[in-house]
Design a protein. Structure first.
Length: 131
């Protein structure tokens, strides 16, 4: 039996040399705008001072925010990557709170049209269909 899978978002955990998570990535094809990223981040209690770059502003960090006293960023490597990197603003200051932030993205379910579009664009047929 073929089942269409509209489950939660996939994240890609990034670990330091000691094997501890310090950042993660998400596929950016599932987000229409930075506003959506801000909305998802805002759903986690304790996230403060969210600052998104302006529409045509040329900044490496798309979003900066604070969580539990630590500063984090949403960054798109090279400005044209297929993933957003979410982690500490200063990689020297690693926070164990990153797993709490990653969890809200793992639990996010994109709307059906965006999920289908994202899976097709990223050739993620394995996630789209499963038996």
């Amino acid at each position: 039996m073929l089942v269409v899978n509209f489950t939660k978002m996939k994240t890609y955990t990034i670990k330091d040399n000691d094997g501890k998570p310090f950042a993660f990535e998400i596929d950016n094809v599932y987000f229409v705008s930075l506003r959506k990223l801000v909305k998802i981040l805002s759903s986690l209690e304790g996230i403060r001072n969210i600052k998104a770059r302006r529409l045509f502003e040329r900044k490496e960090n798309h979003i900066e925010f604070e969580y539990s006293g630590d500063n984090f960023v949403v960054w798109e490597p090279f400005g044209d990557n297929s993933r957003y990197w979410i982690g500490p603003k200063n990689t020297e200051n690693k926070s164990d709170k990153i797993t709490e932030i990653e969890e809200i993205f793992k639990n996010y379910k994109p709307p059906l049209p965006i999920k289908l579009f994202g899976d097709l664009i990223s050739l993620n047929f394995k996630e789209l269909f499963r038996s």
